[in-house]
Design a protein around this ligand. Structure first.
Ligand code: CTP
Ligand code: MG
Length: 237
């Protein structure tokens, strides 16, 4: 299903894809993770509202879990999220959900931002950093966080190698791309890709890294949800 509502995206602008179609098996809620409660609202509300009010985002496509398209549309209406151009049914993997949502992005879109609903606390500062770097002439930009722990590659329980962590970053979303480069990344096999940038890299794209945001915590388990709920409550209304 592809449920389109009033599209308000400007031609040629920046389109956001908000992937929210996962089941949240590790969270263990009685509903998909995007509809688990966060500070009294569905988790999806936080990122959707923030992208909708972002000065950098022109239009939004949401990938909803199968059977949860109507609740996603109703949530967008309740939030008066007027930039939501379409709600699509997600696929079996994150990459499939992105691919389905990308098909709703018009050909004349210049930039596509892809964000996980599982990272509720997206803000304009990180989006601005990403877009500024993209404008300098790369194919994609991701937010990265330096790794504090020592990292080792392990084979059958034995350390094979200690990796120089200076060269490593943990990568978050949102990730931004020149639209045609993201489409090229998604034109082939996407199985196994855990982020969009890896597909753009694989198809020859240059992807830059800017400073990520420690508040872009990914909600995976119940304790992550508690942590993010505290961060939201500290912010106040
Ligand atoms: N996602 C998606 N479609 C899928 C799988 C994941 O849109 N088939 C989205 C999730 O909704 C989430 C993001 O991709 O916003 C990152 O995925 P993850 O944190 O792994 O969420 P889930 O797959 O829902 O969780 P789990 O792996 O614990 O089942
Ligand atoms: Mg998953």
């Amino acid at each position: 299903m592809s449920t389109s509502s009033s599209a308000s995206g400007e031609a040629g602008g920046t389109w956001a894809i908000l992937v929210a179609a996962g089941s949240g098996s590790r969270l263990g809620s009685d509903r998909p993770k995007a509809f688990a409660g966060l500070a009294g609202r569905p988790l999806l509300a936080e990122s959707l509202e923030r992208l909708d009010t972002s000065e950098w985002v022109d239009a939004i496509v949401v990938a909803a879990p199968p059977g949860w398209e109507e609740p996603a549309i109703l949530l967008a209406e309740e939030l008066v999220a007027s930039k939501v151009a379409a709600v699509v049914t997600g696929g079996a993997t994150r990459a499939e959900s992105v691919r389905i949502a990308l098909a709703e992005v018009p050909e004349d879109a210049l930039v596509v931002l892809v964000h996980d609903a599982a990272r509720p606390l997206v803000d304009d500062a990180v989006i601005e950093r990403l877009l500024a770097r993209l404008a300098e002439g790369v194919d994609g930009v991701v937010p990265g966080i330096a790794i504090g722990d020592t990292v080792k590659r392990v084979e059958r329980g034995i350390v094979a190698e200690t990796i120089d962590r200076e060269a490593l970053v943990a990568v978050q979303t949102p990730q931004v791309f020149v639209a045609e480069r993201l489409r090229a990344g998604y034109s082939g096999e996407v199985a196994g890709a855990t982020d969009c940038a890896s597909l753009v890299e694989r198809t020859g794209g240059r992807v830059a890294v800017v400073a990520g945001d420690p508040r872009l915590v990914k909600v995976t388990t119940a304790s992550d949800l508690e942590l993010v709920a505290r961060l939201v409550e500290d912010e106040g209304p």
